[in-house]
Design a protein around this ligand. Structure first.
Ligand SMILES: NC(=O)c1ccc[n+]([C@@H]2O[C@H](COP(=O)([O-])OP(=O)(O)OC[C@H]3O[C@@H](n4cnc5c(N)ncnc54)[C@H](OP(=O)(O)O)[C@@H]3O)[C@@H](O)[C@H]2O)c1
Length: 262
């Protein structure tokens, strides 16, 4: 899809990958609608985006709440007449071993990372179907394919979102809607900021890639209508290695991470 002049909803646009994606799309001629749960960060991100896309807007919304999502989608279609692109990016990450994980935390992880994305798709897909065209990019995670300890809830939410997206890719193709999946790995953002476990802090220290890299990969996934994108691409090899040698991989991983369990 040529993104020039296109209307793009980007969720989780207040910080990290979402913020960089909104800026990246704006710099390439797109008109982003920034969606986030954090008002201050949303305003700050919008200031940056407005430098490139003067008609961009920000919408305060908790993506796990269906009524709020529908309001954003309705407002956007009333204002712009269409929605060309949806980047389902907002997410949270809970890093806890099973003994520390509560049912509420598990439900929250699923309701933001999985249900939140589904809410937006259910609201936007009928509009794109009517248009006969649209691109939906769902941000899953390398962490949903290369599953590590302490991320049972997070990995489950991302694996579910990946599977959901893969099925929709086939289902929606003939209605002119492209569904792409982007899997970032180890990106330096605020997603670990509320993590206070030893494992979480270790994972945070391993996240070194700047979010602009994932943002560029998301833009290219939209433009080239790619099915699955792994970013940085070095993680692709790691996923393949894991799939070919799961026994060897898991033994090495356990040896390396066991010291962080306590
Ligand atoms: N960073 C990585 O290494 C990495 C790797 C793989 C995949 N990802 C995925 O990439 C996506 C973006 O993550 P990020 O690293 O950029 O994290 P981030 O910097 O924390 O950005 C996520 C944004 O989403 C917002 N958000 C959280 N819950 C929301 C809700 N219910 N409704 C609306 N907005 C909400 C966050 O607000 P608050 O800050 O207030 O929560 C934050 O502004 C996530 O889906 C994440 O799982 C990240």
């Amino acid at each position: 899809m040529n993104i020039k002049g296109k209307i793009a909803i980007v969720t989780g646009a207040g910080s990290g990958i979402g913020r960089e994606t909104a800026i990246e799309l704006a710099r390439h001629g797109c008109l982003p609608i920034l969606v986030d749960i954090d008002e201050d960060r949303l305003k700050e991100a919008l200031v940056e985006v407005l430098k490139h896309a003067p008609d961009a807007t920000g919408e305060l919304c908790d993506i796990s709440k269906d009524t709020q999502v529908r309001q954003v989608v309705q407002k956007t279609t009333e204002r712009y007449g269409r929605i060309d692109i949806l980047v389902n990016n907002a997410g949270i990450m809970i890093v806890k071993l099973l003994d520390e994980l509560s049912a509420d935390e598990f439900n929250k992880q699923m309701s933001v990372n999985f249900q939140g994305g589904v809410n937006f798709i259910l609201a936007v897909a009928p509009i794109m179907k009517k248009q006969g065209k649209g691109v939906i990019i769902n941000v899953a995670s390398v962490g949903g394919r290369l599953v590590v300890p302490g991320t049972a809830a997070y990995a489950a939410s991302k694996a579910a979102f990946h599977a959901f997206s893969e099925s929709l890719y086939y289902e929606l193709k003939d209605s002119g809607i492209h569904v792409g999946i982007v899997l970032p790995g180890g990106t330096r953002t605020g997603i670990f900021d509320s993590t206070n476990t030893k494992l979480g802090k270790y994972y945070q220290s391993q996240c070194k890639t700047p979010p602009a890299k994932a943002a560029k990969a998301i833009r290219q996934a939209i433009e080239k209508e790619r099915f699955v994108t792994v970013t940085p691409s070095s993680y692709k090899l790691l996923i393949e290695f894991h799939d070919f040698f799961p026994g060897f991989f898991s033994k090495q991983l356990l040896r390396r991470l066991r010291p962080y369990f306590k």
